[in-house]
Design a protein. Sequence first.
Length: 98
Amino acid sequence: MSGLLDQILMEDIARNCPQQFLAFHRCMGDPKGSNCGTEQVQLAGCIKSQVPAFQKIQGECGGRLQAYEACLKNARGDTKRCEGDLKILRECALGSVS
């Protein structure tokens, strides 16, 4: 299930944000480029404004996304504590783009 969601999102991101997507992945693949913050911010901005699948997920699963983000903040690095919230978010997201 999560593989299908990942594939849908990656294809939509690559189609709608190709320059930012490639710049971020080039930076991540560069052994010297350990700080890719600028590329990450640019890619995130493009995803939020230009990727229809993400916008649909955000619209239909916004509450679940907020719950997961709140869990991550409260977990202080212990992402295992948020696995339940992530599963619920991913199920909602897959339902909204399928």
